[in-house]
Design a protein around this ligand. Sequence first.
Ligand SMILES: Cc1cc2nc3c(=O)[nH]c(=O)nc-3n(C[C@H](O)[C@H](O)[C@H](O)COP(=O)(O)O)c2cc1C
Length: 159
Amino acid sequence: MTFDPRALRDVFGCFTTGVTVITTNPADAPVVGVTANSFSSVSLDPPLVLWCLGKESDTVPVFESVPNYAINFLAKDQEELSNHCAKRGDHSLDCAELDVATTGAPIIKGAIASLDCEIADRIDAGDHIIMLGKVVDIVIQDIDRAPLVFGRGQYRALS
Ligand SMILES: Cc1cc2nc3c(=O)[nH]c(=O)nc-3n(C[C@H](O)[C@H](O)[C@H](O)COP(=O)(O)O)c2cc1C
């Protein structure tokens, strides 16, 4: 590597994104939510999306075993929930009101919209795992609400 990894992190961080919480419902364990801004749409037909999970996350064993998850696009007023689901070692969703999607994945009430996904593939990618999902249902809650936005390491307001 001819560049400083810190500089690479800074460049990645200047790509401003929305914020999602990825939720799933493991067998014989409480539901789990992980904050992620690595979401990307991939394909309309078939409907595919991805997000990336750090290999050091406590939640890797969960996402290696479940068949589905939901991607919840957070609204501007859900910063507290985003911080809660980003806490190391605590990915419980006790603080959130939940619904159940078609696949059985939990849906966060109050999100802008949620994508109910079957896991299509898990792709090894350096220090992350690319979680490729096939969208099997969409839940639109309030598409006109302002999104939670993250860039350069902070939540941002859209102007
Ligand atoms: C705004 C934001 C975006 C994040 N995006 C990701 C992501 O895309 N992938 C990921 O693995 N972790 C991401 N994280 C970190 C995780 O939410 C979590 O903090 C991390 O997995 C450490 O906890 P764990 O080891 O208990 O999983 C993000 C955190 C924040 C605050």
